[in-house]
Design a protein around this ligand. Structure first.
Ligand SMILES: Nc1ncnc2c1ncn2[C@@H]1O[C@H](COP(=O)(O)OP(=O)(O)OP(=O)(O)O)[C@@H](O)[C@H]1O
Ligand SMILES: [Mg+2]
Length: 442
């Protein structure tokens, strides 16, 4: 039976081996990691209470965290793969099927999200036997090709390119002779045929979120003809794309990142599953996230509610590890005011988990009912007055700053009218009763 193996490293340190053997894909931590768990964090989903429990976790090769069957990767690794059209593009370059997940990870292994890498490795018989603990006689190593030089993985379904900003130009990433990365890395979110003005709408939405007090990633609109890179996307006759500055790259340095699908161990197929309560509970478990991150989550949800953004799923929130160990909530990204267009509404996830809800799922007419906010606070340990104040403050800032930004936005008038109409009709736009009391600090 053929075995394919990838060395998985975090920040340059060998962390373990991911192997595929028949139907099974398994991650096995390095013996050195089991002997002495390092301080760096690969994932909050893989953190144990203390050193002894951590060692035991890394040694537990049958743990569901580290295993998958049926051609998928363990959920944490599956979440590293490109999605949508970028996946098709990488599969084509690699000459593999789009559902050959192991091969896709190998193709992008040199440029994965955060600070992980995956590289092909050939191991000795003894190591092979240690890794593959079932049916050992006919094991055979199968050689995996090196990562593609153009193999960049960024998740998300919209068409995008990984580029480097050099002055006013955006180029396919290049390496200088010293091997360091030239230019600032960006995710280029491209315009799409049949969906006009999307880069402008996303840029505008990020500006609105920032004005409402949300911490957003750096982004700018740039002319499409500033892209110096080969690609096979059919581009519409539009002037601009959205250049999003990567927060997980600082020159040649990689800053580790993971999204909430990874933190909550959900396969990306289920990124519209779970709840915001589950996210907030995970935040509560870590001091460096805690209440501040929970409040920031509420700010983002207020913005999504007012913008009619139904796409804030688990992969659209994440954490960064600037020092390799301590998670910080990553700036907000992928916020789009879909209410400018017709026919979209609601939220990607429910506010409450079934356990927090007590009773049937409420109709999705109002997101922040007083009962729902109270249940959210109960379930997540967030101080209720703090939550109410965050919601009221965010709405107040929106009322103060958004009308002028809307006036100045380079968007069709009918879109502006729709947004305006949504805001003025919205309960958050007209503080009264409890909202007003909360705003007054009661
Ligand atoms: N500023 C950033 N720095 C680093 N990584 C980022 C940044 N912004 C987004 N990402 C990563 O890239 C992924 C794709 O970006 P984004 O969500 O904007 O794309 P999308 O295709 O619109 O996604 P979706 O499928 O949710 O519509 C995100 O899920 C996140 O992992
Ligand atoms: Mg996204």
């Amino acid at each position: 039976m053929q075995v394919k193996i990838l060395d998985i490293a975090l920040g340059g340190r060998l962390w373990g081996k991911l192997f595929q053997y028949g139907d099974l894909c398994r991650f096995v931590a390095e013996p050195a990691l089991v002997a002495q768990p390092p301080a760096q964090v690969l994932s909050l989903s893989m953190l144990a209470q203390d050193q002894a429990a951590q060692s035991a976790l890394w040694a537990d090769v049958r743990n569901p965290l580290f295993n998958a069957q049926g051609g998928r990767l363990p959920a944490w690794f599956q979440n590293l793969l490109p999605e949508g059209v970028l996946r098709s593009h990488i599969a084509q370059l690699r000459g593999c099927a789009e559902d050959d997940h192991f091969e896709l990870l190998a193709a992008c292994g040199g440029d994965l999200p955060g600070a992980v890498s995956a590289r092909p490795v050939e191991v000795e018989r003894a190591t092979l036997q240690r890794l593959v603990t079932q049916d050992q006689d006919a094991l055979e190593m199968s050689v995996v090709a090196d990562p593609l030089p153009q193999g960049i993985s960024v998740s998300g379904v919209q068409p995008k390119l990984g580029l480097a900003r050099q002055g006013a130009r955006y180029t396919a990433r290049t390496r200088t002779r010293s091997g360091t990365q030239a230019g600032q890395r960006v995710i280029a979110k491209l315009p799409v045929v049949g969906r006009p003005h999307m880069p402008q709408l996303e840029m505008f939405s990020l500006q609105l979120a920032a004005a409402a007090g949300v911490t957003v990633c750096a982004a700018e609109l740039a002319p499409l003809d500033a892209i110096d890179a080969q690609h096979s996307y059919a581009l519409p006759d539009e002037p601009a794309f959205l250049a999003v500055t990567r927060f997980d790259r600082a020159g040649a340095r990689r800053i580790h990142f993971e999204d909430f699908a990874q933190i909550l161990s959900r396969d990306p197929q289920h990124k519209y599953g779970g709840s915001y309560t589950a996210m907030a509970l995970a935040m509560r478990a870590f001091d460096s996230l805690g209440e501040a991150a929970q409040v920031e989550l509420l700010r983002r949800l207020v913005v999504n509610e007012l913008l009619g953004n139904p796409d804030a799923h688990l992969k659209n929130f994440g954490v960064l590890y600037p020092n390799g160990r301590t998670p910080q909530l990553a700036p907000a990204y992928d916020i789009v005011a879909y209410a400018a267009m017709q026919g979209v509404d609601g939220h990607a996830l429910p506010l409450l988990s079934p356990e927090a809800r007590r009773g049937p799922a409420p109709a999705r007419t109002r997101f922040f009912t007083p009962t729902a906010v109270r249940a959210f606070c109960w379930a997540t340990g967030l101080h209720e007055p703090l939550a109410r104040r965050a919601i009221a403050d965010t709405a107040r800032r929106a009322r103060e700053h958004w009308p002028a930004l809307l006036d100045a936005a380079p968007l069709p008038t009918v879109w502006k009218e729709r947004l305006q109409a949504r805001w003025t009709a919205h309960a958050l736009w007209r503080p009264r009763g409890r909202d007003r009391a909360a705003a007054a600090g009661e």
